[in-house]
Write a protein that binds this ligand. Structure first.
Ligand SMILES: Cc1ncc(COP(=O)(O)O)c(C=O)c1O
Length: 382
């Protein structure tokens, strides 16, 4: 489940939420890894970080992964390294977590919004094209494509639009580690990609952590310079830079979990298939769509329901941890200019989405229980 979610538990299935279950599953290896760091005498940007960067890049099939302090910083540093900042705009989907727009704003660039596709909740290529042709789109230098919930966006058509307008196409993979677009890992599709390893993510640290992935060696080097005071060499700054370093403990934790990532995503897919099969024909919810050629990473298993609020209450009353992610679309957030622009699909999604329990340690009976409670709602019409 996502940030801040603590629900009452009425059955054993719900007494252990994902982040904790993940630590328990890896407890012995994590203890060993943390002891290794403790003994090493090196705690920030040392050998664990370097090894994680190499191993994560290999997992993705990309040349460079650069560890940073969190996913919001990864967005900021990726943009700063591309020299996209004050005076520029960055197009982002209007249905996404605030962190996406916050990361853009931290670079100095202005986030501007385009609507999503209803089926996959990802940036709509036609909406991006409309934005780029409109006065609001003047000054857009890049589009930051979010593979929301773990579903790859419509990359081919987004790339066509970006090429036609001469803008960069960047990825936000904070929710999509291990998702595939036509056999290619997300994070390797655009000029660069931002990752988060927040403890609820598919690849989860035990604190904050993030990375920027790219095949562009110069871009990777610029991220490395910016993440530590603009140092090219120790104590010598060409640019002001920031402190967005990854620490050794988080890197050591991530190395342990990275070894199990493929299997954990397969398990998420198995559970999703279980949900999908039982939700066929449901009159209350629509199961998440998967675009042809894509493999979902199921960071979230998100159904859509016209009766979302009543259904959410019904599930919560049964002690089932569910959440509406995200209740306020970005174009309506006061922090980002909160306006009355019509982003029809984003507004509709915000009112209809519901994340059902999903993580690799969830027993299949738990999925069965959720479906039973859901079916009861459907039959009782409550
Ligand atoms: C899509 C998306 N982008 C960016 C972020 C920011 O990551 P972090 O919380 O590590 O700063 C998150 C996570 O919260 C996210 O879900």
């Amino acid at each position: 489940m996502d940030k801040g979610e603590v629900m009452p538990s009425t059955t054993n299935h719900w007494s252990l939420l994902y982040p904790q279950a993940d630590q328990r599953h890896h407890a012995a290896a994590l203890t060993q890894a943390m002891q290794r760091v403790s003994d090493s005498g090196s705690y920030i940007l040392g050998t664990e970080v370097a090894a994680f960067e190499t191993e994560f890049a290999a997992f993705l099939g990309i040349n460079h992964a650069t560890g940073v302090a969190n996913g919001t910083d990864a967005i900021e540093l990726m943009l700063r390294a591309l020299e996209i900042g004050a005076g520029s705009k960055v197009a982002v989907p209007s249905f996404a977590p605030s962190a996406v727009a916050a990361g853009v704003a931290r670079s100095g660039a202005e986030p501007v919004f385009a609507d999503i596709e209803p089926g996959t909740f990802t940036l709509c290529p036609e909406a991006l094209d409309d934005l780029l042709r409109s006065p609001r789109g003047h000054g857009v230098k890049a589009a930051l494509v979010v593979h929301l919930y773990g579903h790859p966006a419509d990359w081919e058509n987004l790339q066509r639009v970006a090429d036609a307008h001469g803008i960069e196409l960047l990825e936000d993979c904070a929710q999509a580690h291990g998702a595939l677009w036509h056999g290619r890992m997300v994070g390797t599709l655009g000029r660069a990609a931002a990752f988060s390893f927040y403890p609820t993510k598919n690849l989860a640290a035990m604190g904050d952590a993030g990375a920027v992935a790219t095949n562009d060696a110069e871009l990777a080097e610029r991220v490395r310079v910016i993440r530590q005071y603009g140092w090219k060499e120790r104590y010598v700054s060409d640019h002001a830079g920031v402190n967005s370093r990854l620490d050794e403990l988080q890197a050591a934790v991530l190395r342990v979990k990275l070894g199990a990532l493929n299997e954990s995503i397969l398990q998420r897919r198995r559970l999703a298939a279980e949900y999908d099969a039982r939700l066929v024909g449901s009159r209350v919810v629509t199961a998440p769509a998967v675009r042809g050629g894509c493999e979902h990473a199921y960071h979230q298993y998100v159904v859509r329901s016209e009766r979302r609020d009543a259904l959410m209450q019904h599930l919560q009353r049964a002690g089932i941890p569910v959440a509406a992610l995200y209740p306020v679309p970005l174009h309506r957030q006061r922090a980002f200019g909160g306006n009355n622009e019509i982003m029809l699909e984003s507004d509709r999604a915000a009112a209809a989405v519901l994340s059902l329990p999903m993580h690799p340690y969830l027993p299949e009976e738990a999925v069965g229980d959720v479906l039973e409670v859901l079916e009861k709602f459907e039959h009782e019409g409550s």
